[in-house]
Design a protein around this ligand. Sequence first.
Ligand code: NI
Length: 172
Amino acid sequence: MKRPILLHPDPRLKKVCASVDDLDDDLRKLADDMLETMYDAPGIGLAAPQVGVLTRLIVLDCVKEEGEEPRPLVMFNPEILAKSDEQSTYDEGCLSIPEQYAEVKRPAEVDVAWLDRDGNPQSETFSGLWATCVQHEIDHLNGKLFIDYLTPIKRQIITRRMQKLKREKARA
Ligand code: NI
């Protein structure tokens, strides 16, 4: 089941989310719904607070090549264990901030640990777009958006555009 995606600005997108200690069927259903919502958008990552649930859960799939096997990842309690000194810059966007993009510099590689859909511990080193995406999504769990890396002026311009978009949507 698809879920509505919250749009910035929204106080729920600024909260620190709670850890999962009991991975039950409701949470698995939430993860499945989030993947469906992400693919439908379409996007490459989605965090639970973006669908209004303040729980440490993200989903992602950065496979972009046509014909390549999809790789949906479900991560409960994702944690960055190590970051590379090397940085990389991507033009980032966010499903909660549609049609707004800006360059963000982040560590080029990260080691991440998490619990998968079945509650099994996993870890992996991510690079390229996957590294950027997983960091962007984990930021969401700490109430941080990609625009928080921009200058206050750029952030304000994007926030004003979003306020206008939300007013228009509310009227429609
Ligand atoms: Ni986002």
